[in-house]
Design a binder for this molecule. Structure first.
Ligand SMILES: Cc1cc2nc3c(=O)[nH]c(=O)nc-3n(C[C@H](O)[C@H](O)[C@H](O)COP(=O)(O)OP(=O)(O)OC[C@H]3O[C@@H](n4cnc5c(N)ncnc54)[C@H](O)[C@@H]3O)c2cc1C
Ligand SMILES: *[C@@H]1O[C@H](CO)[C@@H](O)[C@H](O)[C@H]1NC(C)=O
Ligand SMILES: *[C@@H]1O[C@H](CO)[C@@H](O)[C@H](O)[C@H]1NC(C)=O
Ligand SMILES: *[C@@H]1O[C@H](CO)[C@@H](O)[C@H](O)[C@H]1NC(C)=O
Ligand SMILES: *[C@@H]1O[C@H](CO)[C@@H](O)[C@H](O)[C@H]1NC(C)=O
Ligand SMILES: *[C@@H]1O[C@H](CO)[C@@H](O)[C@H](O)[C@H]1NC(C)=O
Length: 537
């Protein structure tokens, strides 16, 4: 690794819009001099990185460089060929993001991901979570009344969460909030445990005990009420990331030298004057600003070295928030032996919560009809367990569950079987982020804040839409907008309220455990504060 030992900060007297070359005398010139110069370095080519680049282009900042670990853009919107159709052609399945969540209502705000899906004619279909059949170890068993019990309690807990948020009161675990509202599944009531998993863990990857009541509910609210509770499942043969490639095509030409793929960043040096980025292949880039869009998992796994070491307040924020793992295990059979009119099948295992709990059929009209593809989702502990064991072992366990669910059927072995191991992907280290209990917006401001000229954006830096593609879109856009405003000196003569919009972003050296409602502002990423004005209880 050519530049691994190399740890000075590119100190440049004054970065204007044009990159300026200037070095302090003791620096190893030969190395620094070979670095590519750019105004804004965008670290990562997922949704946040591409959105940031588009926002910069929109603001007429064209001198940027996108550095991406993998051989293509898209990040966690990642698909693979799987199985085969009647003509021997593989299907496309999504390893990562799969739903456009919260499309928006006519006349109301539209989810930008849904706008892109329409623009690029993404093939999707309505995902109906109410279309769920319930099973236990003896086959079909109707415990759907428990789903209603949960929903009733959730509405109460959600209202309470809104009140805690507005009045800046003490956060709780989501489990506490739900229990106080009347949802208190017993440890040995495995049907209630299955419902509890499907209603909470299926979205957050973490249990309700591991999740913040306030921000868990707020996040759900802001996607499903601010936009809408309509989710569409993506079944496009081009893959979900076709919308990210579509966005990129509006400002990147073919073989554009501003996009560097197969570039694994190993070192980031930052200061008040600029950022220098070194990659495993020995290449380096110096920039006036950089936007780091790595997942929280990448930051938590020390996959990249920061120089100087990230400040304590930033390291605390990186350790405070959590990265979950959500694993879809895909199977293709030679026939569809499960009911063909139902989208979801919930299974209550007699001994283990979260044991292959939710099967989803793609072999139905409007999805991938005739595909005989079924997949089952596991989260966190059960996902990590599946990651550690062989495909064969996992297949054996899934088949045992299917044989319990459908005792009257002679179930064939799958003809294709595949699942990702998200927590070991070195460019992601997990699936998406979550807010643990007892969080404050203040803590999150530290995750989102820049350290000098190094900015942060991505799914995890969105306080309103963390975990979602649209969260990454908004955060990339905001970083691109704010940096271009600073560079174009649109902030220099601004009055005090405009200065807040311009950043640099606020951080707290010491956390106070409090977030007054007045802090829920656009400058803190809370772009939807009007939602609360119209929905105050
Ligand atoms: C299994 C799963 C299911 C999901 N389901 C949904 C869903 O249904 N709906 C939804 O809206 N969202 C879903 N998500 C979340 C969604 O995929 C993410 O929120 C979104 O893709 C994050 O975009 P990002 O740009 O913030 O991060 P990423 O997409 O992770 O982009 C970061 C980029 O940085 C690159 N990178 C990392 N390390 C380095 C390095 N050292 N050097 C250079 N480059 C590096 C990565 O390769 C990546 O391309 C899901 C995610 C997963 C994993
Ligand atoms: C860039 O501008 C186009 C055209 O106005 C708009 O559709 C797009 O959403 C903008 N992108 C970002 C990231 O702001
Ligand atoms: C799912 O929807 C289909 C079509 O409307 C219906 O026939 C089926 O009974 C539903 N299944 C469940 C479990 O609600
Ligand atoms: C969610 O929305 C509901 C309905 O608008 C509201 O009563 C509640 O306070 C909100 N909760 C949170 C946590 O935002
Ligand atoms: C699927 O395979 C099983 C044996 O593995 C066989 O009994 C069954 O008839 C096959 N189904 C179809 C539709 O070919
Ligand atoms: C000051 O900021 C406010 C809010 O952004 C804006 O409406 C107003 O025009 C600004 N005033 C000046 C003098 O720029």
């Amino acid at each position: 690794m050519l530049c691994k030992h190399f740890s000075f900060v590119a100190a440049v007297a004054s970065w204007a819009i044009q990159p300026v070359v200037g070095y302090v005398p003791h620096q190893p010139r030969d190395q620094e001099a070979t670095c590519k110069k750019t105004t804004v370095a965008i670290l990562g080519g997922g949704m946040a990185g591409i959105s940031a680049a588009q926002a910069l282009s929109n603001a007429s900042v064209h001198d940027f460089t996108i550095l991406e670990y993998r051989d293509n853009i898209g990040g966690r919107a990642w698909h693979k060929p799987f199985g085969k159709d009647a003509n021997g052609k593989p299907y496309t399945i999504e390893m990562g993001a799969n739903w456009v969540q919260g499309l928006g209502n006519p006349g109301g705000p539209q989810n930008p991901i849904w706008t892109l899906a329409q623009k690029y004619h993404l093939k999707t279909h309505y995902s109906n979570y109410d279309n769920v059949s319930t099973y236990n170890k003896n086959g079909h068993s109707d415990y759907s009344h428990l789903l209603d019990d949960y929903d009733e309690a959730y509405d109460i807990a959600n209202k309470k969460a809104g009140e805690i948020l507005r009045k800046n009161l003490q956060d709780q675990t989501a489990q506490t909030g739900l229990a106080l509202a009347g949802w208190n599944p017993k440890k040995h009531d495995m049907e209630a445990q299955a419902v509890d998993w499907w209603k909470w863990d299926f979205e957050d990857s973490f249990t309700s005990l591991e999740s913040s009541l306030v921000y868990g509910c707020a996040g759900d609210n802001l996607t499903s009420n601010f936009f809408s509770d309509h989710d569409n499942f993506v079944i496009d043969p081009r893959g979900f990331n076709t919308i990210i490639k579509g966005m990129a095509s509006t400002f990147l030409r073919k073989n554009d030298p501003r996009l560097h793929v197969n570039t694994q960043i190993t070192d980031i040096s930052y200061s008040k004057d600029g950022v220098t980025i070194h990659s495993k292949d020995g290449s380096c880039v110096t920039a006036a600003y950089a936007i780091c869009t790595f997942s929280l998992g990448v930051l938590q796994n020390d996959a990249v070295k920061f120089t100087p070491d990230l400040p304590e307040w930033k390291k605390t924020a990186i350790r405070k928030f959590t990265m979950g793992t959500y694993t879809k295990i895909f199977m293709q059979f030679n026939e569809t032996f499960w009911p063909t009119d139902t989208q979801y099948f919930l299974y209550a295992d007699p001994t283990t919560r979260g044991w292959y709990p939710l099967f989803q059929s793609l072999s139905m009209p409007a999805f991938l009809p005739g595909s005989n593809i079924l997949f089952v989702t596991v989260t966190n502990e059960m996902a990590w367990r599946a990651e550690r064991q062989s495909d064969e072992q996992t297949k054996k366990e899934v088949m045992e569950v299917l044989r319990k669910m459908f005792p009257d059927k002679k179930i064939p072995e799958p003809t294709a079987f595949m699942y990702p191991r998200w927590s070991t992907e070195p460019w992601s280290y997990g699936s998406y982020s979550n807010w643990p209990p007892s969080t404050t917006l203040e803590m999150h401001e530290n995750l989102r804040a820049n350290t000098d000229r190094l900015w942060f954006a991505g799914e995890a830096t969105s306080p309103t839409f963390f975990g979602f593609l649209h969260g990454a879109w908004f955060e990339g856009r905001d970083a691109g907008r704010q940096i271009s405003a600073i560079m174009q000196k649109r902030c220099v003569n601004a009055n005090s309220s405009m200065l807040r919009e311009c950043g640099p972003r606020k951080h707290y050296e010491t956390l106070h455990g409090t977030s007054p409602f007045a802090d829920y502002t656009a400058v803190n990423g809370w772009t939807v504060s009007s939602f609360y004005d119209n929905n105050s209880d």
